[in-house]
Design a protein around this ligand. Structure first.
Ligand code: URA
Length: 209
């Protein structure tokens, strides 16, 4: 069964409070999401493999460690996932970025793919799917389905705020996917918003209504 990690680091919790606050404007909201994404990327990359290299310090020849070059792909779910990409790229700039766009079918209410563009070497990459909000879990499950259908084998899911309902759905549908969350909230309301949440992440990131 996939593991669920909730990052209760004080810096993440502090910044998340201002992200949630409705008086926080678009510019600051975007900056804070970017910063929290970086902090989460720091934790999520904890298991990256290292290799030893020979170097010369000003004092002596030494062996030291560098990343062994594991290939990473970041996959934002459009559109709100875009707000987390740059923050992750600051820490792993060599990562490739794919995009998955989903819309909700008005009849079935199920998410449907309308855009998928992935790095060409899907089978060799480890993927981090990002979306600020894990609400019902429908989009996350469909995005992960999309990746798996195209050959992805190692996938993590990262979000700022999750509802328990969404976490359960992703765990059930994709038990091989670990979930990384900055805060696990109480529930979904009747309109599908996470409570207390932060409102509509896409609108708050891009200044739309
Ligand atoms: N998507 C959002 O942007 N906000 C929510 O609360 C739930 C889904």
């Amino acid at each position: 069964m996939g593991k669920v990690y909730v990052f209760d680091h004080p810096l993440i919790q502090h910044k998340l409070t201002y992200i949630r606050d409705k008086s926080t404007g678009t510019k600051e909201f975007r900056e804070l999401v970017d910063e929290v994404a970086s902090l989460m990327a720091f934790e999520i990359t904890r298991d990256l493999p290292l290799k030893e290299v020979e170097i010369e310090t000003p004092v002596i020849k030494a062996t030291s460690k560098v990343l062994s070059g594991k290939k990473i792909g970041i996959i934002p779910i459009l559109r709100a996932g875009l707000g987390m990409v740059d923050g992750i790229l600051k820490l792993i700039p060599a990562a490739k970025v794919g995009h998955i766009g989903l819309y909700r079918d008005p009849q079935t209410l199920q998410p449907v793919e309308y855009y998928v563009k992935l790095p060409s070497d899907v089978e060799e990459r480890d993927f981090i799917v990002v979306d600020p909000m894990l609400a019902t879990g429908g989009s996350a499950v469909e995005a992960i389905n999309s990746l798996k259908k195209r050959g992805a084998k190692n996938i993590k899911f990262m979000c700022l705020i999750a509802a328990p309902e969404g976490v359960e759905v992703v765990k059930k549908e994709h038990p091989d996917v670990d979930i990384y969350i900055a805060a696990l909230d109480e529930q979904l309301n009747d309109h599908g918003y996470i409570v207390p949440g932060l409102g509509d992440a896409g609108d708050r990131l891009f200044g739309t209504k």
